[in-house]
Ligand binder design. Structure first.
Ligand code: SER
Length: 320
């Protein structure tokens, strides 16, 4: 079966890799868009419904992976703009799915939908959602809109809640979990890292390969197996900055140091789950992460080191 897939936010941390992986699948034709264009990515401002419609018509789009969003830390700098972008962007996509009778929609949600009143030690899928950031508020509302469009208009929209996503291929932009990538680049280049979270703030994390597989696996699952039309928790492994640093120090072949200067992101991180219960995703579509902390650290060190060797110690060329 041929799928003509529109990816929004295709120049972002996850978008770039997801676009590459989707295009490797037989029968898929990908149209990658972002507000920041590149050689492989066309311009689309997701707030312009007419432009979205034109792309859908011109490329005969059948599925959308809607990744365009402003993340947690950056979102706090401009709450109203973040709400507009995240909320109106999703509504434009859902409306397009209804009007053009698209086959499937993918909507990434986040652990940021959780806040006060949860069991942080093992946060269940159907916990109460009291988000503490505008990003979390917009994603929690987005989950409800996805459920609404499914129930009312029979739109096949599927969603999962990403924890912090770690990868060497791309740099994150504006998230609270970004430290877990920055730390590798700083320690490899300079042997020192100043962390913006406290040493003992535990967060759920996921390796990029697992994050991409999760999206593709969820979208491949037979429709009748998708019992949850809001969003699925998915877990990789959980650790705090000190545990991550200790593991890197164990595997890296030089002395390294860390110091802690927590900023506003520390409070955001402290309101999120420590460990996520992903049993619903396991049960409904067979989800299981492959990368634990050791595997993540070894793979990150190997690949990030190659980047800096290749660029002769200079700045690596990353998309932000
Ligand atoms: N990585 C995201 C953030 O930190 C969480 O979904 O904002």
């Amino acid at each position: 079966m041929n799928n003509n897939i529109l990816v929004t936010g295709a120049n972002g941390q996850i978008g770039q890799i997801l676009t590459q992986e989707l295009s490797k699948i037989e029968g898929n034709k990908i149209f990658a868009t972002d507000i920041n264009i590149s050689n492989t990515c066309s311009y689309l401002n997701i707030l312009e419904q007419d432009s979205l419609s034109k792309i859908i018509e011109k490329h005969n789009i059948t599925q959308i992976y809607h990744l365009a969003a402003i993340l947690s830390a950056r979102g706090e700098q401009n709450p109203i703009q973040t709400w507009d972008t995240n909320m109106q962007g999703l509504l434009n996509v859902l409306e397009a799915a209804r009007l053009y009778k698209l086959d499937k929609i993918f909507f990434p949600s986040t652990i940021a939908v959780f806040g006060t009143g949860i069991n942080q030690n093992f946060t269940a899928n159907y916990s109460a959602l009291h988000p503490t950031t505008v990003y979390g508020i917009s994603k929690a509302a987005g989950e409800n809109w996805c459920q609404y469009y499914h129930d009312k208009y029979d739109i096949d929209v599927r969603s999962l809640r990403y924890p912090g996503v770690i990868g060497w291929q791309t740099m994150p932009g504006g998230g609270t979990t970004d430290y877990a990538i920055d730390i590798f680049h700083q320690l490899i280049q300079y042997g020192k890292y100043t962390c913006f979270l406290d040493k003992d703030v535990t967060l759920p994390m996921l390796y990029m390969e697992d994050a991409i597989n999760a999206a593709i696996q969820l979208m491949d699952t037979p429709r009748e197996n998708i019992k949850n039309r809001a969003s699925y928790n998915i877990a990789g492994c959980s650790f705090n900055p000190q545990q991550l640093f200790d593991k890197i120090a164990h595997y890296i072949n030089k002395p390294v140091q860390i110091e802690y200067q927590p900023d506003f992101r520390n409070n955001i991180a402290k309101s999120w789950p420590y460990v996520i219960d992903d049993s619903l995703a396991r049960q409904d579509w067979g989800w299981k992460a492959n990368f634990d902390l050791d595997k993540i650290v070894l793979d990150m060190l190997e690949n990030c080191t190659k980047i800096y060797t290749h660029f002769d110690g200079g700045e690596a060329k990353f998309a932000h």
